[in-house]
Design a protein around this ligand. Structure first.
Ligand SMILES: [Zn+2]
Length: 331
C-alpha cells in the first residue's frame, strides 16, 4: 500500500466513524429538543460524510453504476486501518463543541447569539460559521455550500406541506382515539395518558397560533412564552371526556388554519425574534409545531397499539417505555 493510499484508507475509516457518531448524536439532541446543538452536530456529520466520500473516490472505489452494483453484489471489503480520534479534529469544531458544552452545563440549548448559521463546503467538507464568497480551502463558490441555518433548524417543510400536516392531524387524532374506552384512554404511560396528550397538543396549538398572529400582525415581534405548556401541565385533562378534548383540538386547529389559509409566500417569510432561535420566519414556527405534533402522534400510535394488544390478549398492560423526553423549557 502506497503512502497516499494508506492515508486515503485512514481518512475513509476515520471519516465514516466520525460521520456515524455525529449523525446519531444529532438525532439524540433533537430528541432532547436541543435544536441548535443538533444543527451543529448535523453540520459536523456532513463534514465527515463529504470527506469520507472524497477518500472513497480517491481510492478508486467509485465507477459507473453498472460497475458499482457489481461491486455491491460481490461484497465490498475495504481494508481498515487505525484511525486515531475521529471527532473534535479541527480547531473550529472544538471551539463550537465547547460552546455547546457550556450551554448544556447550564441546562439549556445554545441560543441564537451563540451559534451563527453554519455552512459546509460540498467540495471539500470545510466547516464555516457564516458564509464567505468562496471556500478558502478549495475555491468552491458559496452556492455550493450546504447550509445549516437557524431558520431551518426545526425542519424545512414549506407552506403547502405545513398546511397539509396541520390539517391531517385532526383526522389522525380521531383515528388514534377510536375504539378505545375511557379506561384505556386514561391509562397513564409513564406519567401521561392519551387524553392528557390530546389536551397538550391543543395547548401547543394555541401557543403556535398566538405567535403566528404576532408575526403576521406586528413587525418582527419578540415571541412570547419562552416556556410553552409541557406534558406535565396537561394533568388537568384527565377529567375531561375524549369527545370534549378532540372537539377542543379541532376548534383550535381550525382557528389556526383559518389564520394561515391563503397566506402569500411573503407572509410565511415574515419574521419574529425568538430568544433561542434568533430572527426566524413563520415557516420555522410552523415546522416547530408540526415536528412536536409528529413525535407525539408516533408515540400515541405506539401506545394505542400496545393498549389494544394487551386488551385482546387479556393480559396486564405492559407498554414500550419509549416516550420522547419532552423538554420545552425556553422554546
Ligand atoms: Zn472547499
Amino acid at each position: 500500500m502506497s503512502l497516499d493510499e494508506y492515508e486515503s484508507r485512514r481518512q475513509l475509516c476515520s471519516m465514516s466513524l466520525g460521520y456515524t457518531a455525529y449523525d446519531v448524536w444529532a438525532t439524540q439532541a433533537r430528541r432532547e429538543r436541543r435544536y441548535n446543538i443538533a444543527r451543529l452536530l448535523n453540520a459536523s456529520s456532513t463534514v465527515k460524510r463529504i470527506r469520507a466520500e472524497c477518500a472513497f473516490r480517491a481510492l478508486g472505489e467509485v465507477g459507473r453504476t453498472e460497475a458499482n452494483i457489481a461491486r455491491a453484489l460481490a461484497g465490498l471489503e475495504p481494508d481498515t486501518v487505525a484511525t486515531g480520534p475521529v471527532t473534535g479534529t479541527s480547531a473550529l469544531s472544538r471551539e463550537l463543541m465547547s460552546r455547546a458544552a457550556f450551554a448544556l452545563a447550564e441546562g439549556r440549548d445554545l441560543i441564537a447569539e451563540e451559534l451563527g448559521d453554519l455552512y459546509v463546503c460540498s467540495g471539500c467538507g470545510e466547516l464555516m460559521e457564516g458564509a464567505p464568497a468562496v471556500c478558502a480551502i478549495c475555491g468552491t463558490v458559496r452556492e455550493g455550500f450546504l447550509a445549516f441555518r437557524a431558520a431551518e433548524s426545526m425542519g424545512a417543510l414549506g407552506p403547502n406541506k405545513l398546511m397539509r400536516s396541520l390539517e391531517q392531524s385532526i383526522q389522525t387524532l380521531h383515528a388514534l382515539m377510536a375504539d378505545l374506552d375511557d379506561e384505556l384512554l386514561s391509562h397513564r404511560v409513564g406519567t401521561v395518558s392519551l387524553k392528557e396528550m390530546v389536551g397538550h397538543l391543543t395547548d401547543m396549538d394555541v401557543v403556535f397560533r398566538e405567535r403566528a398572529w404576532l408575526i403576521l400582525e406586528t413587525d418582527n415581534p419578540r415571541l412570547p412564552s419562552a416556556h410553552p405548556p409541557t406534558l406535565e401541565k396537561a394533568a388537568m385533562y384527565a377529567d375531561h371526556t375524549i369527545g370534549d378534548l378532540l372537539d377542543s383540538f379541532q376548534v383550535s386547529r381550525q382557528q389556526t388554519l383559518g389564520l394561515l389559509r391563503g397566506l402569500t409566500a411573503a407572509a410565511w417569510h415574515r419574521t419574529g425574534h425568538h430568544i433561542i432561535f434568533g430572527t426566524i420566519p413563520l415557516t420555522h414556527q410552523g415546522n416547530w409545531v408540526v415536528e412536536h405534533e409528529r413525535s407525539h402522534l408516533i408515540e400515541m400510535a405506539q401506545i394505542r397499539h400496545d393498549l389494544l394488544e394487551a386488551q385482546s390478549d387479556n393480559r396486564p398492560i405492559t407498554l414500550h417505555d419509549n416516550l420522547i423526553p419532552e423538554i420545552l423549557d425556553g422554546e
